[in-house]
Design a protein around this ligand. Structure first.
Ligand code: ADP
Length: 300
């Protein structure tokens, strides 16, 4: 079946991204809450139709580590994209002061399985692995969203987000500056996974903007500096090695997904109990306390 706007009751805004807003909506016929992303594109209806057709393959992307796709439609020059509502939001806002090793292991396991599913079953390279694109619900499920399925959609979105917080692998940063877009391979996603894990461990982006004079200096550090590492006082040797296997400067030296799944860090994860439900609840409390604090500061 297909979804259209008249079936949806709009609720609160969940967030704003680079390309549009995400709202919570109720799909009245099924009583299912969904997240609806609005992407404004100045395109004619033939092009918008082509995008909707391309997005259709997302119906096949059903896996426990992938946010469910419910359908897409367009009105005037906006594409509306309906997906599973994840009631704890994105990982970037759940990091707090840094995520402990056992929870980080659970998250890494989900991310690797999700990325492997996309590659093996869908022949999709994610291309935008970062904490904002990893969503969590109160049951403790961790799922990927926002991967590049529609060439037409990707092509129409202005590439505005080079800089500030780049999760791009060194070879991609270099390829981009040489205008060489053919260098993207699955190993670039593995780099982004490693960088995302360091960010989650630290509670902030590993190349903090304060440290660099400008975006160019920051990108230079990614390309020419040593890759970042997990802090050795809070993470085990196996966790540190797992991340190091992702953050090799040379793409061919990085681990592939099968190797990451067999890594001791994820093996240990499979053999221990982790209270993900408790972690999500505490992370939400922390996020809400922080946001109340910020509101107070803004008022005073
Ligand atoms: P970006 O362009 O930065 O990746 P998005 O536009 O995808 O951001 O999303 C903006 C925000 O909306 C996210 O950071 C997240 O908090 C929220 N969001 C996105 N998708 C969902 C979803 N399926 N369920 C709940 N919240 C979501």
């Amino acid at each position: 079946f297909s979804i259209n706007m008249s079936q949806l009751e709009l609720e609160e805004e969940l967030g704003r991204g680079n390309y549009g807003t995400v709202k919570k909506v109720l799909h009245k016929p099924t009583k299912v809450y969904m997240a609806m992303k609005e992407i404004r594109l100045e395109l004619d209806s033939a092009k918008l139709n082509a995008i909707i057709m391309e997005l259709d393959i997302l119906h096949r992307a059903a896996a426990p580590e992938i946010v469910d796709f419910y359908g897409a439609f367009f009105i005037e020059s906006c594409v509306y994209y309906c997906m599973e509502y994840m009631d704890a939001g994105s990982l970037d806002k759940l990091e707090g002061e840094g995520i402990a090793e056992d929870v980080l292991g659970r998250i890494a396991g989900s991310m690797v399985r999700g990325l492997k599913f996309l590659k093996d079953e869908m022949q999709i390279i994610h291309r935008d692995v970062k904490p904002t694109n990893v969503l969590v619900n109160k049951r403790g499920d961790v799922k990927l969203c926002d991967f590049g399925v529609s060439g037409q959609l990707e092509g129409s979105l202005a590439k505005t987000n080079i800089g500030c917080q780049s999760y791009m692998a060194p070879e991609r940063i270099q390829g981009e500056s040489q205008n060489n877009l053919g260098t993207y391979s699955v190993s670039s996603d593995v780099w982004s996974l490693g960088l995302a894990m360091i960010e989650m461990a630290l509670g902030h982006y590993p190349y903090p903007p304060e440290t660099y004079e400008n975006v160019f200096a920051q990108l230079t550090a990614i390309v020419h500096g040593d890759p970042p590492e997990l802090p050795d006082d809070r993470y085990s040797q196996s966790a540190r090695d797992f991340v190091a296997r992702c953050l090799h400067k040379v793409p061919s030296m990085r681990a592939n997904y099968a190797e990451l799944l067999a890594h001791p860090f994820l093996e240990e994860d499979r053999n221990r109990h982790v209270d993900m439900v408790g972690w999500v609840a505490r992370a939400i409390d922390y996020r809400e306390a922080k946001s109340r604090e910020q509101q107070k500061q803004q008022q005073s």
